[in-house]
Design a protein around this ligand. Sequence first.
Ligand code: GLN
Length: 272
Amino acid sequence: MKKLVALLLAAVMTMSLLTACGNNASEETAKTDTAAEQGEEGASQALADGVLTVGTNAEFPPFEYVDDNGEADGFDIALIRAIGEKLGAEVVVENMEFDSLVASIGSKIDVAIAGMTVTDERKESVDFSDSYYEAVQYVILPADSEIATAEDLVGKTIGVQLGTTGDFIASDDIADTTVQQYNKAVDAVNDLINGRLDCVIIDKNPALVFESRFEGQVKAVPGEQFAFGVEEYAIALPKGDAALAQQINGALAEIKEDGTFDQLVKTYIEGE
Ligand code: GLN
């Protein structure tokens, strides 16, 4: 209860700060107010304890990685911390295998943020927030590889992160492939460099990070060249928790409006 009072106090203080700053104050105040009221009514169990437990797989730079201090960091981590701040909730990050995230929502974790693509199959188990980033799968190749078209991928040995959309494409959409699944993307890239794989299929931004990390040894080729479709990242939420979805989407919208989102893109993705 003390925690709840503290939360409400924090919300009131945020509101007066916003009012003092002017700039869309009444609109933002209204949103913050709604979120606080929902928390008070306990509509979402996920936030009832004032803690938002967030699952991620910190093997996916620049969205999530383990920093020099052994802490999870990256665009997604900063984004969910900013959302937690808006909601007056403490964010606790649990680092786990990507493939375990969806099944852990509602038990070990409240939500998951992990550069996770919205898919119909995942939607059977979880709900998704509004999407916050657009992606496409890329193909990482040895620098001297001649693979260049979708046809060239047929029959190849392909490295992927287990349970990802790259995994689904390599396993289901390309004929006669041998698919090697990894829990850590960097292990796949190392096997590519060591000649054990013909290519790695992974999302655009991590592919670009690995291309520069292993400069001269690998190249990252846009998925459009292989006719891969566009994907949308969103936060995975417990199924049916409309109150939590509303709170998280509200906070996300505020973060987009107030410039925080663009700043995080610059800091973590565009490297400024
Ligand atoms: N976007 C991909 C997916 O959702 C990969 C995510 C990841 O490896 N963290 O499957």
